[in-house]
Design a binder for this molecule. Structure first.
Ligand code: 6GU
Length: 231
C-alpha cells in the first residue's frame, strides 16, 4: 500500500510513523508513506497557501490552487483508489471503514487546517471525507495519523500474530474482554479461575460473555450496529 499525506505541517505527523508497528510495516515494505508539504506548491515565494473566507468570518481557508497543483501531480503519476479529506464535518471513522481501506493499493490523505479547505477542492477531488470523532482538533494531522494507524495494522503481515487484529475490540461490534497476565494473584487480587483452567471452549465462552457485558454497560449503541456498516 502507498499512502501520500498532504499537509501544511509535515513535522506534526511524521513521528508516529517512526516507531513500533507503523515503522515495522514500512521496514517490511508493506506500506510506503510519502509526505507532501503544501507550502511547496504555494502561489508565491512567501509560501502563501491560505486566505480569508468569502462572505466574512474568522479563520483562514486553504486555497484551491496549491492543493490542486499537488493533487494533480500525484494523480498523473499513478491511479489512486481513494482521495481522503480529514475533517470534523464528516462521518466518523470506524473499524469497518478501516477494514475496507486496509485492502486498497494507493491512497491520498489531505489534512485540513484553520477553517479547512475551499469547498471546490472537496467537490473536485475528494472521494471520501473522514472525521475521527465529535470534537474539534486544531488540524487534521493527528487525525490522519490515527486513520493510518488503524488501517496499516490491518494489512496482512504487519502484525506478528495474524489473528490478533481480528480479535480486537470492534471487529465484531463488541468491546474487548478483560485480559490478565502473571502473577495469578497480586495483593489478594485474583485472575478469574476459568482463564487458568486450560479449557479453551470455556475460556472463549467466558470472553464472549464478558465482552457482551462490557459492551452493554459502556457502548450499548454498538449492539444495534450492522456489522459491515460504514460510510
Ligand atoms: Cl479529521 N480534523 C479536525 N481538525 N478535527 C477533528 C477531526 C479531523 N476529526 C475529529 N476532530
Amino acid at each position: 500500500m502507498r499512502i501520500d499525506i498532504i499537509t501544511v505541517s509535515p513535522e506534526l505527523i511524521q513521528s508516529p510513523f517512526e516507531y513500533s508497528i507503523l515503522k515495522r510495516a514500512q521496514d517490511k515494505e508493506l506500506v510506503d508513506i510519502h509526505f507532501h508539504n503544501l507550502r511547496d506548491f504555494s502561489l508565491n515565494k512567501y509560501g502563501k497557501i491560505d486566505d480569508y473566507q468569502f462572505g466574512g468570518g474568522a479563520g483562514m481557508v486553504l486555497m484551491m490552487e496549491p492543493i490542486d497543483k499537488c493533487l494533480t501531480k500525484l494523480i498523473k503519476e499513478r491511479a489512486y483508489d481513494e482521495i481522503i479529506y480529514m475533517t470534523p464535518d464528516a462521518k466518523t471513522l470506524d473499524q469497518s471503514l478501516a477494514n475496507k481501506l486496509s485492502s486498497i493499493e494507493n491512497m491520498i490523505i489531505l489534512t485540513g487546517h484553520y477553517k479547512g479547505v475551499d469547498q471546490r477542492v472537496r467537490d473536485k477531488f475528494i472521494t471520501k471525507e473522514v472525521s475521527i470523532g465529535d470534537y474539534v482538533l486544531s488540524g487534521g494531522e493527528l487525525a490522519a495519523a490515527v486513520l493510518c494507524d488503524a488501517v496499516i495494522r490491518l494489512i496482512p503481515g504487519v502484525l506478528g500474530d495474524e489473528t490478533s487484529a481480528l480479535t480486537d475490540s470492534f471487529q465484531d461490534n463488541l468491546l474487548a474482554p478483560p485480559v490478565y497476565t502473571r502473577p495469578a494473584e497480586y495483593d489478594g487480587l485474583k485472575v478469574p479461575e476459568v482463564l487458568l483452567s486450560g479449557n479453551f471452549p470455556k475460556i472463549d465462552e467466558w470472553r464472549h460473555e464478558e465482552a457482551l457485558k462490557r459492551t452493554k454497560q459502556i457502548r450499548p449503541d454498538l449492539l444495534n450496529k450492522d456489522k459491515n456498516e460504514s460510510q
